[in-house]
Design a protein around this ligand. Structure first.
Ligand code: AMP
Length: 587
């Protein structure tokens, strides 16, 4: 396929915010794409060069992109930077300068999707001295043969900032629409997709099947090929692969133990809910690979965990689901996730880090055993296997997640309290007879943890957005009060979309805050403390980042508190009290 044709599709997608319409556009493209071209087209559609399971980094920064534009268009670096500051999108800058240049010279060679994909994937493999220049040259070469619109999307792809709004949900639906002709049911003019009840049932099954196959493979290109060549039955048979990360099973939150039993049934397995870092560990022959829940390979960062696994896991060819929990090397007490989180991105002094921030591996599930997937096996049997394959579990190295099996509410509540007292986040309650379902919150297990009170915080700063959001202030710095002063405690940028219509969109927030701007530096602004918003969060943590000494984990906006003056917002002492009350950590 010509790359320019794909760019037309990107443009079409960019011009609409309607999800059904986007699905329709992609479905039509899939329908008319030849099977051998589908894998690459699907990747590029998602703004990717590699499937989601492959965490190969392209390693191309904005600075390199500016240089590549400079070589391809002959424009000054300074000029490109100025334009970038104005537009907030290097793709648009590349397009603009290519347009001006192209008036003089004609496009020399047509770019194909394959050529673009081939060239850009090469970038990831270039290493060693001089690699930066070679990478920049490769991109500049593409830009030289690109039409203006192609330049826009080449730059965005290479920077992994597509901005055309194709999420995995639209991708999944589009595959179903294309391959089972549902796109014909879409009414473009009215933006409607209507099915009879019967049709809806069949459709939902298709969608679920494709979703499940995706959760197991993290590869739409692979799934779409199977759908096309072998049909739905073959898609249903798709299973997980040892060595490739699988989406982890997720758990719904319920309010208490009673509701937990109601959801998963009785008796159930209760486990400590450790506050750490999820690790999916693949052991393939002697090779151990550790993936995060976001499918990143972090094996290098955790040599200690690799050693524990080597020493204590007796089975070969397995996939384990675990939580690595940090503990204080002196007191040996569990510490908050955030304190070990720095290990994830660490590139040097890794052994030292593993001594300073040691972790204990808590294993709670197994997905693959004796050369086959066991995700369909009931949880209680998977747990039995786990018990067999850990040789001499050792505290502060590798242990099985603490578990009881009970149908007794009192006993369950006791266990919950014990877990909190030990510094954990809460408990997981799991159904004994259910399979492992990658990637979904199906209720095979639920989590119970204390609900935190919300805080009313005042906005003291903000950040101008990027790209389409460049005209809005989109990230807000929050503060609590302390004897007439305002001390920062976190930033929040999400939650506004859901609140649109109730009067708090980015646009509204920008209007409210703009008049309070005190100073501006780059994209960051300082505002007079005036606007108060109610914030919910998962947890309060200690943090040197903010002047209050605390930070909020997963803050989200509940509502605007127009009824509150800044001096009525939550105080530092309230924050302290809430911090100390949570799971007995402060005591
Ligand atoms: P949440 O992050 O609040 O959605 O809670 C789910 C997370 O709890 C999982 O992704 C795991 O990382 C973590 N977790 C801690 N202990 C367990 C356990 N025993 N079983 C399953 N997940 C656990």
């Amino acid at each position: 396929m010509k790359y320019t044709n794909l760019c037309d599709i990107y443009l079409e997608l960019e011009s609409t915010t309607k999800r059904l319409k986007k699905t329709f556009i992609i479905a039509k493209l899939i329908k008319k794409t030849k099977t051998d071209e589908l894998p690459v087209i699907l990747l590029l559609m998602q703004g990717r060069l590699f499937p989601a399971w492959d965490d190969t980094k392209i390693g191309f920064s904005e600075r390199y992109a500016i240089k590549a534009i400079n070589i391809a268009t002959g424009r000054d670096v300074k000029e490109i930077e100025n334009e970038f500051n104005k537009k907030g999108d290097l793709g648009l800058v590349a397009e603009e300068f290519t347009k001006r240049k192209k008036q003089a010279s004609l496009v020399s060679k047509e770019l194909t999707t394959k050529k673009v994909h081939d060239n850009l994937t090469k970038l990831a493999k270039i290493e060693g001295p001089g690699s930066v220049d070679i990478k920049i040259k490769l991109v500049a070469e593409l830009l030289t043969s690109a039409r203006p619109i192609e330049a826009r999307y080449i730059i965005r792809t290479v920077l992994e900032q597509m901005r055309v709004g194709v999420g995995s949900g639209s991708m999944r639906d589009a595959i179903v629409w294309a391959e089972f002709d549902y796109y014909k049911k879409y009414n473009d003019e009215e933006d409607k997709f209507e099915l009879t009840e019967e049709e809806r049932k069949v459709y939902n099954e298709y969608v679920e099947t494709v979703q499940e196959a995706y959760d197991k493979t993290n590869d739409f290109s692979k799934v779409v090929k199977i759908v096309r060549e072998k049909g739905l039955k073959a898609v249903k048979a798709v299973d997980i692969t040892l060595g490739k990360p699988v989406k982890v099973m997720l758990f719904q939150k319920v309010k208490d133990m009673k509701e937990a039993f109601k959801t998963v049934g009785k008796p159930a397995a209760l486990e400590f809910k450790y506050d750490g870092f999820r690790m999916q560990i693949h052991i393939k022959d002697t090779k151990i690979t550790i993936f995060t829940r976001r499918l990143e390979n972090v094996t290098k960062q955790f040599p200690d965990v690799v050693r524990f696994v080597k020493e204590h896991i007796t089975a070969k060819n397995v996939i384990l689901d675990c939580e690595a929990v940090g503990y204080d090397k002196k007191t040996k007490k569990y510490i908050a996730f955030q304190r070990i989180s720095q290990r994830i991105k660490r590139k040097y002094d890794i052994e030292q880090m593993s001594r300073d921030y040691p972790v204990e591996l808590n294993i709670f599930d197994i997905l693959y055993y004796k050369d086959e997937s066991i995700i369909k096996m009931p949880f209680k049997d998977r747990r039995k296997i786990l018990e067999r394959i850990i040789r001499e579990p050792k505290a502060k190295q590798i242990v099985l997640a603490k578990q009881i099996v009970t149908d007794n509410l009192k006993e369950a509540d006791e266990f919950y309290k014990r877990s909190l007292a030990a510094g954990n986040e809460g408990v997981m309650v799991k159904a004994l007879d259910k399979p492992y379902k990658p990637g979904s919150r199906v209720g095979y297990g639920v989590k119970v943890k204390p609900i935190m009170e919300t805080l009313d915080l005042v906005i003291v700063g903000a950040q101008w957005g990027e790209g389409k959001r460049a005209k809005w202030l989109t990230s807000y710095k929050l503060a609590c009060r302390d004897r007439g002063k305002y001390l920062t405690i976190g930033k929040v940028g999400t939650g506004f979309k859901e609140l649109q219509g109730s009067g708090v969109s980015f646009n509204d927030m920008t209007k409210l805050l703009k008049k309070n701007i005190i100073s501006e530096k780059g994209k960051t602004v300082e505002v007079k403390p005036d606007v108060v918003i109610e914030i919910a969060y998962e947890e309060i943590q200690k943090s040197p980042t903010y002047t209050s000494g605390y930070a909020l984990r997963f803050p989200r906006v509940v509502r605007l508190r127009e009824d509150r003056a800044p001096r009525e917002c939550s105080s530092l002492s309230e924050v302290k009290r809430l911090y100390e009350e949570q799971r007995g950590r402060g005591k």
